[in-house]
Design a protein around this ligand. Structure first.
Ligand code: FES
Length: 171
């Protein structure tokens, strides 16, 4: 996922910010295991996201500088990997699978039900900042479609009448 303006924004050198000592230490620890620093790109993005909740353009510049790669190349990695958030998200990200098995098992209808439950569309966050709703490709649990991720939890065989109970577990 990426913001619409990310490609223009990453050309702004004034966006560089300093990563925390903790973030740098964790990224360096990843680099130490890898043949080259750029191979740590996804890990570095995830580390910063764990600390900040998402990866801003400024953070992206700082990570790219630390890894010795261009911000454009790192942004391409972040865009390809759909669990890197390039705009602020809620405390819990709900990702609804929209691949074929889930589609066959009613993912479209489920998506409408989840949107109605939250009162938001894909790409939006509930007004209380609790949930962000996004689509995602196959989660690898096709035999239990339809599926979704809520934060790190995989929820399978999702039915509309379970939505209240499922989301109530996530404050
Ligand atoms: S298609 Fe949804 S989990 Fe595979």
């Amino acid at each position: 996922m990426t913001t619409a303006g990310a490609n223009e924004a990453v050309s702004g050198a004034d966006l560089i910010e300093t990563l925390s000592e903790s973030e740098v230490a964790k990224i360096e620890a990843e680099c130490a295991h890898l043949p080259d620093r750029q191979s740590a790109a996804i890990d570095a993005l995830m580390i910063v996201q764990e600390h900040r909740g998402w990866v801003s353009d400024a953070s992206l510049f700082a990570i790219a500088r630390l890894l010795g790669m261009s911000a454009e190349a790192l942004d391409a990695v972040a865009t390809f990997y759909n669990r890197i958030y390039r705009q602020p998200v809620g405390r819990h990200v709900v990702m609804l699978c929209d691949s074929v098995s889930c589609y066959v098992m009613g993912a479209d209808r489920l998506a409408e039900q989840v949107k109605a439950h939250f009162g938001i569309d894909f790409g939006e966050t509930t007004p209380d900042g609790r949930f962000t709703l996004l689509p995602i490709v196959c989660l690898g649990a096709c035999d239990h479609a339809p599926t979704m991720l809520v934060g790190e939890e995989l929820v399978t065989d999702v039915e509309a009448d379970r939505l209240d109970d499922i989301f109530a577990r996530f404050e």
